[in-house]
Design a binder for this molecule. Structure first.
Ligand SMILES: Nc1ncnc2c1ncn2[C@@H]1O[C@H](COP(=O)(O)OP(=O)(O)OP(=O)(O)O)[C@@H](O)[C@H]1O
Ligand SMILES: [Mg+2]
Length: 336
């Protein structure tokens, strides 16, 4: 029987899937629209298409996020989503369904039970074989496994910070500071400083368009807000200086954790890591000027990878292609 091999990164915002031999097949949102009847859940939409239902809610349909902080938040919805995403990876002309082998990339901080939940969901979605790898290791697979790396992956709900050595993860942690926290801080700022409320989506847009860690950046943007009390819609001007002052405390918290993690770099990896610099990935790496901001504080080169949101599943392919050699050594958990 033919086998397809997939590497899946289950992110809180995005799920990406690389297929061995084909490359990136899925890079879509980790949310679905479902309808439930007689206790049976039916998928109506997954990924980017969900936004249509947010704008125009349909009676009897539920919009559900499937993952938060690398952990499944709704098993049935997650299975529906995974089934749909795995089906996008199937060859179009297959008469007999191929066997599906999956390497799932998870955060450093998740428990064994949570890993088992992911394995179970993947099995229910059609994967017959599931292995699990911690995501900083997958990133190291993309960068060149067998050297030292200092990886900072800023996702939407978590940041993974890890030192990866020649035989796996030397030290790693997962912290509750991610892009969503910055976005919420922007929305809170609008309430406390401008007596205005804005949607999460607008706060995201402000963060991406205006957010900058460069002190000299001072762009501004006019946004439509709802005034607290009167409920009137008015326009307000926000500046990148405002946004920086709001997000900076979170970035400083992150910097302290990065700084502390740097003490875990063993001497034998110091040269590799100094040469390459701190590797910045995840969507949060796209925040303007963040690489230079971290570099200035750490007095080290910071290297922002290309395609920072898909590097985990891309890098995981290295371990899938070399799974027999690396399975034991790399703490890849296979429950079979
Ligand atoms: N230009 C940008 N500036 C600031 N933040 C950005 C930018 N582009 C994307 N982001 C943020 O990146 C985050 C999403 O990153 P990513 O896709 O890596 O998360 P994830 O892997 O789904 O989440 P997690 O790893 O926490 O489960 C969001 O918070 C998003 O706002
Ligand atoms: Mg992620």
């Amino acid at each position: 029987m033919k086998t397809i091999e997939l590497v899946i990164d289950l992110g809180s915002t995005k799920t990406s899937i690389h297929k061995i031999g084909s490359g990136l097949i899925v890079n879509d949102e980790s949310r679905v629209v479902v309808a439930t009847k007689n206790n049976k859940m039916t998928l109506l939409e997954s990924g980017k298409g969900v936004e249509r239902y947010v704008r125009q809610p349909v009676q009897g349909c539920q919009i559900l996020n499937t993952i938060d902080g690398g952990v499944i938040t709704n098993e049935r919805a997650c299975v529906c989503m995974l089934k749909d995403y795995i089906s996008r990876c199937m060859p179009g002309n297959a008469i007999i369904k191929p066997k599906v082998k999956v390497l799932a990339c998870v955060g450093c901080g998740i428990s064994l039970t949570e890993k088992k939940d992911i394995e179970k969901a993947l099995n229910l979605a059609g994967a017959s074989e599931v292995s699990i790898i911690e995501s900083p290791l997958a990133v190291a697979g993309a960068l060149g496994y067998g050297r030292g790396h200092f990886i900072v992956d800023i996702g939407s709900s978590k940041t993974e910070i890890a030192v990866v050595g020649r035989d796996g993860i030397v030290a790693g942690c997962s912290v509750d500071i991610g892009g969503d926290k910055l976005t919420k801080a922007i929305a809170d700022f609008m309430v406390t400083n401008l007596s205005s409320t804005i949607s999460f989506n607008l706060a995201e847009k402000i963060k991406k368009d205006l957010g900058s860690m460069y002190e000299h950046n001072n762009m501004s943007m006019r946004v439509n807000v709802r005034k607290v009390g009167s409920q009137r819609i008015e326009s307000e001007i926000v500046s990148s200086r405002d946004i920086r002052s709001v997000i900076e405390p979170n970035i400083i918290d992150l910097l302290h954790i990065i700084y502390n993690m740097s003490f875990q770099i063993p001497d034998v990896l110091a040269e590799d890591i100094l040469q390459e610099g701190i590797v910045l990935c995840g969507g949060g790496a796209n925040l303007t000027g963040l690489d230079q901001y971290i570099s200035k504080f750490m007095q080290m080169r910071v290297y922002k990878v290309e395609d920072p949101t898909t590097i985990v599943s891309r890098g995981g392919m290295y371990f899938m292609e070399n799974s027999t050699d690396f399975a034991k050594m790399l703490n890849i958990v296979n429950y079979k």
